[in-house]
Ligand binder design. Sequence first.
Ligand code: SF4
Length: 253
Amino acid sequence: MSTNQAQLCEVFNSIQGEGLYVGERQTFVRFAGCNLSCQYCDSPQALTIPKEFKVELVPGKKSFQPYANPVSVSQLIEIIKSLDKPKGMTHSLSLTGGEPLLQIDFLKEFLPEFKKELKLPIYLETNGVLPDHLSEVVENIDIVAFDLKLPSATGLSPYWKEHQKALEIATLVEVFVKIVFNKDSKPKELDDAVNLIAGIDEKIPLVLQPVTPFGPIKHRPNAEQILAFQAIAKRKLKNVRVIPQTHKIMGIS
Ligand code: SF4
């Protein structure tokens, strides 16, 4: 009998609003707890561990059923199965947070069990600073959405060493990198990040994500900065796109 359990924040089915898979329908499992404290965290509800997590039974209805934390592997698989409605709509299972890789013991058991029961690809959103944890589960991940953190976005010291190791591991499967930047982000830190990616593989896709236009206006990059940042990245990488968070424009989760 397994004792592995996860602390969650919410489970719901919606449209992926950012990154290379923008517009795809996914079931999202939002893990509770994070090892970083980014200044511009867009999921502050996931930074602490609640007594209950919520499940949106009908996508888009915003009516939630509470479940007690922690959740077992089999219970979470049943919840995910119940959200694939209409059947066949869902492109993949998004593990997000918070930082899912913090709950590595649960993932090591959950991922193989999930793959036995459902054919959905696994899409992992990670802050990319836990390479040892990533290496323990990467064989059961299909797509890594790798959030590479600029010091201007975290307000913390750079994580280049951790990012380098984790990104090398992520290239064992499909990976793209996302970099959030704001008005205060510096060309030099972006260039350092781009050099890190290009040093591993210049073909790794990069999505530059200006902080959401619905955030405080004082943090938003202007058009000139956005174009300049794309130019810096395109000098060294083959596939660079600028994509903001679109789910906020649509008013969905
Ligand atoms: S890594 Fe993600 S969840 Fe954690 S603080 Fe940063 S933005 Fe928020």
